[in-house]
Design a binder for this molecule. Structure first.
Ligand code: UDX
Length: 449
């Protein structure tokens, strides 16, 4: 195959940014350009003081090492495409979005993609590909996107972290993509499989991980009702090497951009294949997650003597997991929406999520409530202690390391009494907090204090 010397990534978000920054780091001989139509996002990637639009441990160091050397960020999509090389696209093309993409004026016959003099060999790879997107793109590209270039080889690959797709027409493109990964991934870990196996592997991996969390969360409800301790149960179950100890932490519910979306894709796919029992099986993993969030906010209300109207609740953590500023599908959003609808006041603190993002998410979660009204009920705080001040309850929604190190005696002094703590992430020492005076409720355990 042709040796790749240039990579163009379309999309500078959570997948494109970090993935291509790593490609630039590991492949100094490849010039990596990441394009995005969002000017503010590109400006942030290019900011002189490295205030990047995404927080992930280690990312800034990678960008510092490569930016301006072989890593470039730009809004000039057309120029990027004309530059040739391997093209990676990271948008999540759901069915609807794909359709929109096809009909969007920018990407119609006048679009940069169509007009660009595509190189004779060009791989289009999507890392966020729901089934059967690769097939759709494949059938879409020759007719509606690729009029201009003289008979290009335009291959659609899905590069889920482990399994790129190899259509018969795209062997070279597939090998080229594998060669990029081979710069740092052992070749035996780069799998080459067919389109359906590739797409299904990605969906299955995420669905099975999410299923583990829903299983442990379902058990957490039984623990609360019986007096068992979910951590002890998970530990015991994980001792069996066939089950293994990882990914068995009960929580207030999983979030993130992949789990729910990929399971719903699997549900959709099963339904389209006339497999309703299979669809129902996977749907239940998502339903259990919704139930877990609902159950947790109900437990807060019940514990606070059946009403939280007019009460102040501190929510610690807004990101969907620790070590990210990403809030997509975060359980905190659902909890806060529930607290708002019960007419509580909410103080929020997260070490990484920016206030604009929090307002955007809360606005979207309650479409019938004007943002100004939401702002009367919700306050964003600069520290955990500030958020807990005058609150009647603290809810831990994200497992940030700094929440494990909170000075709870200090927090207790500033809270209204009785002071409640709801640990949705199993991170506090419930016994110690009870000794301080807190009334502690932990996922998967009966209440203490
Ligand atoms: C996931 C997959 O892990 C990754 O392989 C895939 O490429 C993208 O989707 P991500 O969404 O970034 O990654 O986060 P992950 O660490 O998997 O956590 C997902 C959610 O599950 C988070 O909300 C997390 O807090 C929650 N979780 C995870 C639990 O509640 N309990 C656990 O034991 C593990």
């Amino acid at each position: 195959p042709q040796k790749v010397t240039k990579v163009l990534c379309i999309g500078a978000g959570y997948v494109g940014g970090p993935t291509c920054a790593v490609i630039a780091l590991k492949c100094p001989h490849i010039q990596v350009t990441i394009v995005d139509l969002n000017q503010a996002r590109i400006d942030a990637w290019n900011s002189p003081d490295f205030k990047l639009p995404i927080y992930e441990p280690g990312l800034e160091d990678v960008v510092r090492a490569c930016r301006g050397r072989n890593l470039f960020f730009s809004t000039d999509v057309e120029k990027g495409i004309q530059g040739g090389g391997a093209h990676l696209s990271t948008s999540s093309w759901r069915r609807g979005r794909l359709r929109r993409w096809r009909h969007r004026p920018r990407l119609s016959s006048k679009s940069p993609l169509c007009r660009a003099a595509l190189p004779s060999r060009c791989a289009l790879s999507s890392r966020q590909t729901p089934s059967p997107t690769a097939a759709s793109i494949f059938s879409l590209t020759p007719s509606s996107l690729l009029r201009a270039p003289p008979s290009p080889t335009f291959s659609s690959l899905t590069a889920s972290s482990s399994a790129p797709f190899r259509p018969p027409e795209g062997k070279d493109a597939c090998a080229a993509l594998a060669a990029i990964y081979a710069n740092w991934v052992p070749t035996e870990n780069i799998l080459t499989v067919g389109l359906w196996s590739s797409e299904l592997s990605k969906l299955a991996a995420n669905a099975m991980l999410a299923q583990r969390i829903s299983s442990i969360n379902a058990l957490s409800a039984i623990c609360e009702a019986t007096g068992a301790n979910i951590d002890e149960v998970a530990n015991a179950v994980g001792y069996d090497s066939r089950v293994g100890p990882k990914f068995l932490k009960a929580s207030v519910g999983f979030g993130g951009s992949c789990f729910q979306k990929d399971i719903l894709n699997l549900v959709y796919l099963s339904e389209s294949l006339h497999l309703p029992e299979v669809a129902a099986y996977w749907r239940q993993v998502v339903e259990m997650n919704e139930y877990q969030k609902r159950r947790f906010s109900k437990r807060v209300v019940d514990t606070l003597f059946n009403t939280i109207t007019g009460k102040r609740i501190a929510v610690l953590g807004f990101a969907f997991k620790a070590d990210t500023g990403d809030t997509r599908e975060s359980a905190a959003i659902t909890l806060i929406r529930d607290f708002q609808s019960e007419r509580a006041f909410v103080n929020i603190y997260d070490p990484q999520v920016v206030p604009e993002q929090i307002w955007l998410d809360l606005d979207e979660a309650s479409p019938s409530v004007p943002l100004d009204n939401i702002k009367k009920q919700v306050r964003i705080c600069g520290s955990a202690l500030e958020a807990c001040k005058d609150a009647e309850a603290v809810v831990i929604a994200t497992e940030w390391k700094e929440f494990r190190e909170i000075d709870w005696s200090e927090v207790y002094k500033h809270m209204k009494k009785p002071a409640f703590v709801f640990d949705g992430r199993l991170i506090v020492d419930a016994k110690k907090l009870t000794e301080i005076g807190f009334k502690v409720t932990t996922i998967g355990r009966p209440a203490l204090g």
